[in-house]
Design a protein. Structure first.
Length: 143
């Protein structure tokens, strides 16, 4: 039986897509092994990487910065003009919700939190076009 050349080309393209796709995926372990540009923790959020930067010496007594940097999967900065967001920090000591607003090339807010290894965070960003993305973090988890 003779195979049509277009069918053969399509089969090769589909096979290549399945082989390449896992190599492009970034799971949490892969992102944790990468050096984050601003010293935070990286996570995937749809077509973006979110980098959550928290104060490693935070004690919970006073408000300290919460910063979120956005890049595409190639590491290129994503414009944040018009974006808003929030970071919800869940720790054994309690929950802290920090509103985030544009400051220069990133989103930023401040809140009274402690640098506890058990802390988990949920970062939500709403872009100027109305689309939203979320990412979950363990920002003080030992690498």
């Amino acid at each position: 039986m003779k195979v049509h050349p277009l069918f053969a080309a399509a089969a090769v393209a589909i096979t290549a897509a399945f082989i390449v796709t896992p190599a492009l995926a970034h799971d949490d372990a892969t992102l944790d092994a990468m050096k984050a540009p601003n010293g935070g923790q990286l996570r995937m959020a749809g077509p973006y990487h979110f980098e959550l930067v928290l104060a490693k010496d935070a004690r919970g007594a006073k408000a300290v910065p919460v910063k979120v940097y956005l890049t595409d999967h190639g590491g290129n900065k994503v414009a944040v003009a018009g974006a808003t967001g929030s970071a919800v920090l869940l720790a054994p000591a309690g929950k802290v919700t920090v509103p985030l607003a544009v400051v220069g090339d990133h989103l930023e807010g401040s809140g009274a939190y402690a640098a506890d290894p058990a802390t988990k965070a949920l970062v939500s960003v709403k872009f100027a076009d109305g689309k939203s993305e979320q990412a979950r973090f363990e920002p003080f988890k030992a690498k």
